[in-house]
Design a protein around this ligand. Structure first.
Ligand SMILES: NC(=O)CC[C@H](N)C(=O)O
Length: 201
């Protein structure tokens, strides 16, 4: 089977790092800025950056509704940090006008781990990622205050939820794309491969 085609939402944030990590995890990866590009991918990564900016640009570029529709239809999606916030059904402390795509029944708290200069790295055990713990890079990271019954907690750090999966939607507070360890991206590309197999049945 040919490699899955995975887009990276390229409105703002660390797009290039995700493209590199996805290529390393044997996906065909490209940026997504327009609804027509979104329509062509098997899965999508929403990168880290600034969730308020990504939200506003998604509305401006006419992507918010198409994003919601595809996530609702079951397209695999992976959000890191700001991307996690974009996948939350609810933000505890949104900026005015800040919207999310949603898809995961969870409430997130923005900047929960502190400011830029309080960024840190920590070993995080992630369910579904075999072997050593993942080196989690937390940069003005959100944490998950609570999840609903259909969301599965994949990782915690310091008593707070930092990785969640609900169906084909995956979210982490931290940034695996910055470490050179591609196991979380591999977990996601495997989700996309499974989705494609299901589609062709
Ligand atoms: N590294 C990040 O993605 C930071 C997220 C940022 N604090 C936000 O609210 O969007």
């Amino acid at each position: 089977m040919t490699a899955p085609v995975i887009g990276v939402l390229a409105l703002q944030g660390d797009v290039r790092e995700h493209l590199t990590a996805l290529a390393a995890a044997e996906a065909e990866a490209g940026p997504v800025r327009r609804p027509e590009e979104l329509a062509e991918v098997d899965g999508l990564v929403i990168p880290g950056g600034e969730s308020t900016t990504i939200s506003k640009l998604a509305v401006l570029f006419g992507l918010m509704e198409p994003l919601r529709a595809r996530v609702r239809a079951g397209m695999p999606v992976y959000g890191t940090c700001a991307g996690m916030i974009m996948l939350a059904d609810k933000i505890l402390d949104p900026r005015s006008g800040q919207e999310t795509v949603g898809g995961i029944d969870m409430i997130v708290r923005r900047n929960a781990f502190g400011r830029q200069n309080e960024s840190f790295e920590a070993a995080v055990e992630v369910k579904g990622v075999p072997g050593e713990p993942v080196e989690g890079v937390f940069i003005r990271a959100p944490w998950v205050e609570s999840v609903g019954a259909s969301a599965e907690v994949l990782a915690e750090h310091g008593g707070h939820i930092v990785a969640v999966r609900q169906g084909n939607a995956l979210a982490t507070s931290f940034h695996p794309e910055l470490t050179g360890d591609h196991r979380v991206h591999r977990l996601f590309t495997d989700m996309v491969r499974a989705y494609r197999r299901g589609e062709s049945l």
